[in-house]
Design a protein around this ligand. Structure first.
Ligand code: SF4
Length: 491
């Protein structure tokens, strides 16, 4: 696809919108009109400012068919730039819908955090006007507008728990037993990487200690702890204890309101590991079946069965875990509406405190896409997502957190549901950028948030474990930025 950008700065948003309709196309963005429109999909977006108004045009040509939409924006309108961007997106969306015939439920909204935008609009103009703006201006469906409102309301209560001096700790364990076919997260050999684990844990403990000193010096308040991955339950019970003890010694945990380990793969969960988690005061874990359809599990290379999930879950209950989340994915290969319904039956029987329903994302470097398996028609995915919403709400779960990713099947969303009072707090703090996240480990990104404002700065750790180990001194050096950052603010 060629996306010709004529005289405007909205190429990023227009490219995102093109990707919604053509998720697998390579998009070439150009400002050079001399490039011929020989591509099977050619898009031109242009802005022409006249004396009183600005003409905005989107033209889309798909093979032999073509559609063009032009609109005018008054030059003296408030928020002129964002109005131009919105009108251009509406025009482009209109062309696509007429040519492709595929209306997406999120309209022209391509951002990661729809509920954050909803909250902002409610603050500015109240709920009714916010809903109207979603539906009329952003072209979001009634159902997704309601979902954004429900999530925004839940988030508000939880966001109020965060203070200017709050922060969360994220511990990155980027190791997995094998690679799932839809994953683009780990690109190195699992077996090779796993050999690095003991040395990785040693250095991770040093980084935790160093970060803890900084947090104490700054007088910050640790609210939540989250181990993500990868698969954190790949750690042995001894390694879990070692990291947990290091965190306990390095930080003041007296105000911590949630301590989560995303155990992840059921095949890595043992009684010893669960007991180790309990003994370091982990309050919430996630055991992720993805589906209870064994054919799908095999197709995505998960190397565990649904029986294995059931056993891991009952082991966790025996060990006393009373806040368990389970991740599901809608749109997996070989999953049908019937088998997805069956997965929801199993969830109902197990009755976990939280369920996170992801939509399959077709990441370019995943084996699902590179092997061509991802090309399977996923037309039933929106029905699965709706089914999950309806059934989970009926049995007492409420949506409390939501985010969107690029290349999600049907341009759909990921939603966290929970029983009342069992929401994953870290998820909201992180997604809604309530406070700083001090992240440790390979691939971790420290997010520094201005204590009483919105400014955010990121500090990146090395992505892969081997770089993290070989250049560890640089990681500690980069951490100095945390103290510099906070020295500019009162909190
Ligand atoms: S467990 Fe998660 S991070 Fe690991 S390979 Fe599978 S999807 Fe990727």
């Amino acid at each position: 696809m060629i996306l010709f950008v004529d005289n405007h700065k909205f190429h990023y948003e227009m490219e995102n919108l093109c990707r919604v309709f053509f998720p697998h196309e390579k998009i070439t963005v150009t400002h050079d009109e001399s490039i011929p429109d020989t591509s099977s999909v050619y898009v031109k977006t242009s802005l022409c400012r006249g004396e009183q108004s600005t003409e905005i045009t989107a033209r889309v040509k798909i093979d032999a068919t073509e559609k063009e939409i032009t609109s005018l924006v008054e030059n003296d309108i408030i928020d002129y730039e964002s109005e131009c961007e919105k009108i251009m997106a509406q025009a482009l969306y209109g062309c696509f819908v007429q040519l492709v015939g595929n209306v997406t439920q999120w309209g022209i909204l391509t951002g990661v955090r729809p509920s954050k935008l909803m909250n902002k609009l409610i603050d500015q103009n109240g709920e009714e006007k916010a809903k109207k703006y979603f539906k009329k201006e952003l072209l979001v469906s009634e159902k997704k507008t309601e979902l954004a409102v429900e999530v925004a309301e839940k988030e508000r209560d939880i966001m109020a728990k965060s203070r200017p001096e709050s922060f969360s700790l994220y511990v990155s364990i980027p190791f997995c037993p094998t690679r799932c076919s839809y994953c683009s997260f780990v690109s190195h050999s699992m077996a090779q990487a796993k050999k690095l684990l003991p040395e990785y844990v040693e250095l991770l403990c040093k980084e935790i200690e160093y970060t803890g000193e900084i947090a104490k010096n700054l007088g910050l308040r640790l609210e939540t702890i989250y181990y993500g991955g990868g698969t954190p339950s790949i750690l042995t019970a001894e390694q879990l204890l070692k990291i947990g003890d290091k965190i306990e010694n390095a930080f003041d945990l007296s105000k911590v309101i949630e301590y989560t380990i995303e155990a992840g793969r059921p095949d890595t969960i043992t009684k010893e590991k669960l007991e180790a988690m309990k003994s370091i005061n982990v309050s919430r874990i996630s055991i992720n079946p993805q589906t209870f359809n064994d054919l799908s599990l095999e197709a995505i290379g998960r190397k565990h069965t649904s029986q294995c999930t059931l056993e891991a879950f009952s082991l966790a209950r025996e060990c006393g875990f009373d806040n368990i989340n389970m991740d599901l994915i809608a749109g997996l290969p070989l999953d049908t509406l019937e088998s997805f319904d069956n997965t929801l039956d199993k969830i109902e029987q197990l009755n976990p405190e939280g369920v996170t329903v992801h939509t399959l994302a077709l990441k370019r470097s995943s084996t699902l896409v590179t092997s061509g398996q991802g090309a399977e028609d996923k037309g039933i995915t929106p029905q699965m997502v709706d089914m999950a919403y309806d059934r989970l709400k009926k049995i007492g779960y409420l949506p409390y957190y939501m985010y969107r990713q690029s290349r999600c099947v049907g341009n759909l969303e990921n939603v966290g549901y929970s029983k009342q009072g069992k929401e994953g707090l870290y998820n909201i703090f992180m997604m809604e950028e309530c406070h700083s996240v001090f992240a440790v480990g390979a691939g971790a990104v420290i997010k520094l948030k201005e204590p009483k404002g919105d400014y955010i700065e990121r500090v990146f750790n090395f992505k892969y474990p081997y770089e993290y180990i070989s250049r560890f001194d640089e990681i500690l050096q980069r951490k100095k930025r945390i103290e510099e950052f906070y020295s500019d603010y009162e909190y």
